[in-house]
Design a protein around this ligand. Structure first.
Ligand code: 5AD
Length: 345
């Protein structure tokens, strides 16, 4: 094993330059193995063999942003847009509850039809209907006041990937009206308000270098999020990045291990994007240190429309079917699905 990896396992922290060197070890099989072993050991220590599940409700694919990598960006006129009604969202929750989900993730594009107040009303309805469930929001950038209103309405957690912590790289992925500074401010606002916060980034997005990823790790260490979502970049045919190569599954797995060691108690999903590039991607994610899965609870009729990238999996099966086969696969991989809110330890 490379020296920098040994040092990392011992100290669970590195400088940016050392992180860059560590990322260079992703090509070294022995180092990859040792880091995965350490990540699994740490995950076991805090979470045993339990894997948490979250019911994902993709409730709108309208978006005011024009992120170059994303299939539901504003500028994609070919995307067929939809938004669920409050009643449909509550039906998704009811179906999910029946299946055993105790966390609902409301994820959508930045859709201003869902005003601060309208959204708060939906959160209150879920909160009063499901007092034993956690409510996670993933709705992008809003004001401090808005985040506060939603927290008071009953939201517990917020997912907002920073996408890349490198200024110049952020500028390559987003139009100039978006900024890394605002994204970071939102994350700190959310923390201040007492949300469990999730950040994260894509692996292998166009223009990403080892230096960018080292910056991502430095930022994660500083932010100390409760959750980190990472998955490989996958091109979408109606974006400027249609012809770009997808990110690497191996590098994603390596980074999952690194993040588990860096933030031992973190909630770390094996993402749909990972499962899309590799049939066994999510199982491999668990074996690299991940401990969360996020099956889809969205209505079947809309699933294909929430197309962030090409060939996204789990757009055809029913939630119940999906969960059954997922449970089996998780158990075959040596873990067990846990019902319950699944808060960070
Ligand atoms: N490939 C992989 N992940 C993507 N996301 C958006 N577009 C893509 C893509 N083409 C991710 C972003 C976003 C999350 C909801 O999905 O990181 O934060």
């Amino acid at each position: 094993m490379r020296e920098v990896a040994e040092y990392f396992i011992e100290n669970r922290d590195l400088t940016k330059e050392e992180f860059r060197e560590l990322i260079g070890c992703a090509e070294d099989p022995e180092t990859v193995r040792e880091l995965a072993n350490e990540a699994v050991r740490i995950r076991k220590q805090y979470y045993g063999d339990g894997v948490y599940t979250r019911g994902l409700i993709e409730f709108t694919n309208y978006c005011r942003n024009d992120c170059y990598y994303c299939g539901i960006r504003r500028g994609n006129l070919r995307a067929r847009r939809y938004r669920l009604t409050k009643e449909e969202i509550l039906e998704c929750c009811a179906g999910g509850y029946e299946l055993g989900f105790r966390t609902f993730v409301l994820q959508g594009g930045e859709d201003r039809w869902f005003t601060d107040e309208r959204t708060a009303d939906i959160i209150r309805a879920i909160r009063s209907g499901y007092p034993d469930c956690a409510i996670t929001l993933s709705m992008g950038e809003r004001s401090y006041e808005c985040y506060r209103m939603w927290k008071e309405a009953g939201a517990d957690r917020y997912l907002l990937r920073h996408e890349t912590a490198d200024e110049a790289h952020y500028g390559m992925l987003h139009p100039s009206e978006m900024s890394l500074a605002v994204r970071k401010m939102c994350l700190y606002d959310l923390k201040l308000l007492g949300y469990q916060v999730g950040a994260g980034f894509m692996v292998g997005s166009p223009g990403q270098t080892a230096d960018c990823m080292a910056e991502d790790l430095v930022f994660l260490k500083e932010l100390q999020p409760h959750m980190v979502g990472i998955g490989p970049f996958i091109p979408h045919h109606d974006t400027a990045f249609a012809k770009e190569p997808a990110g690497s599954v191996e590098l994603t797995l390596f980074l999952l291990s690194v993040i588990r060691i860096l933030l031992p108690k973190v909630l770390l999903p094996a993402t749909t994007a990972l499962g899309t590039l590799d049939q066994k991607g999510r199982e491999k994610g668990l074996a690299a240190g991940a401990n969360v899965l996020m099956p889809n609870l969205s209505p079947l009729k809309n699933r294909k429309q929430y197309e962030l990238y090409d060939n996204k999996i789990c757009t055809g099966e029913e939630a119940a079917e999906g969960l059954k086969s997922l449970k089996k696969r998780v158990e075959q991989a040596g873990f067990r699905l846990v019902t319950g809110r699944g808060d960070a330890v």
